[in-house]
Ligand binder design. Sequence first.
Ligand code: ADP
Ligand code: MG
Length: 397
Amino acid sequence: MRSVDDLIAEGVSGRRVLLRADLNVPLDKKTGAITDDGRIRASLPTLQALREAGARVVVAAHLGRPKGTPDPQFSLAPVAARLGELLGTTVPLAADVAGEDAREKAAALGDGDVLLLENVRFEAAETSKDDAERGALADRLAALADVYVDDAFGAVHRAHASVFDVAERIPHSAGRLVARELEVLTRLTTEPERPYVVVLGGSKVSDKLAVIEALLPKVDRLLVGGGMCFTFLAAQGHGVGKSLLEVDQVETCRRLLAEAGDRIVLPVDVVCTPEFSADAPTTTVPVDAIPDDQMGLDVGPRTVELFGTTLGDARTVFWNGPMGVFELAPFQAGTRGVAQAVSAVDGLSVVGGGDSAAAVRALGLDESAYGHISTGGGASLEYLEGRDLPGLAVLAD
Ligand code: ADP
Ligand code: MG
C-alpha cells in the first residue's frame, strides 16, 4: 500500500489531491454546534503534511445520514469553520459535492490551499448499491484532482463512491491516520502479547455478536458491559426488567457463553432506574435482582472492580463501547472506571469506536494514557473480525 508520504516524496507541489477524510463529528441537536472535534483533529497530520508540501487539497467527507439529497441540517459548514480554525487558514466550503461550484473552487486553489466539498452523502450515488451510479459520482470526484489519498479510516469498511470507486480511477495512497490505525490493528491481530483482554459495551448486541464470535478463540478474556450485557444476562436466566434486550439473540448468547467457559466475563451488579432520564432515582442491584419495572443503564461498582482486576495483568487490551449511558451523569461511573482501568494497562491499550472515544474526552480522561484511540468503530470491529474492508483492499491494489 502506497502512503501519502511516498506521494509527498515523489513531489506533490501544485498537484490537486482529493483527500477523503473522516470528519463525521457529533453535533448538538439543538444548537448544531460540534460537541467533539476529535475526528477533525485526527485528520490534521495528513492535511498539514500535504499543505506543507504545496499540494492543492480538495477534501471529501460525510456527516451523519442525510437521505441522498442536500439537507442543511447535515451541511459540513460547521466542520469547514472548525477545520479552518485548527489549520489557521480559511477553508472554503463548496456548495455542492462534485458539481459546478466544486469544480470552480477546486480550479481556483493555490499551492497549500484547502477546499472542503459539501457532504458527499448529499449525493444518493455515494452509498448506492448500483456500481454504475457510484461510478458516475466517482468520475466527477476523480475529475477534481490528480491523485487520491484516503485518510477516512472510519469509512474504509464501506464500498462507497468516495471511499472505493474513486480510488480505482486515479493514483491512490493511504493517509497517515489510516496507516497508524492499520499498524495498531495489525498488532492486535498478529500474536498480541498476553493476556489479551477485549472489553465490549455499547448498545446493539446484534452488531457485535459476529465480532465476539471471531474474537473468542483469540482472546484470554472478553468483558461485556453496556446495553449489550442484558441479552447475555437474559441468556443466563436473569430477569432484565426494562433494560435493552434483543430477544432473538438470546439463544446465540447462550451458545457463546457455553463455548467460552469462563472467558466471557459479565457484570455482577447494575445501576437501575425506572426512567431513561438524568433526574430519575437510581438503585444499584446485583444482576439477579433487577426489578421488573426498571432498566439497567450502567454497570455497578462491584463490576468496575471485577473488570479492573481482570484488566490488571493484561498486556493487550481493545475496548469498544461505553459501559453505560455515559451521556447522562448518573450513569457515567461504569464507563469512567473501565476507561481508567484500560488506560492503566501496562502494554498496548486501544480504544475503538466513535462513542467510546467521545466518552474518554467527555469524561475528561487523559487521551495520551492510551496506546491508541481509533476513530473508526465499525471499521476496527470489522477488521478484528477478519473481514475484507473494501476501502483498504482498493488502496492495496
Ligand atoms: P461505539 O460508538 O463506541 O462503537 P456504540 O455506538 O455501540 O459505541 O454504543 C454507544 C451507546 O451505547 C451510547 O450512546 C450509550 O448511551 C449506549 N449505552 C451504553 N450502555 C447502555 C445501556 N445500559 N442501555 C442503553 N444504552 C446504553
Ligand atoms: Mg456509536
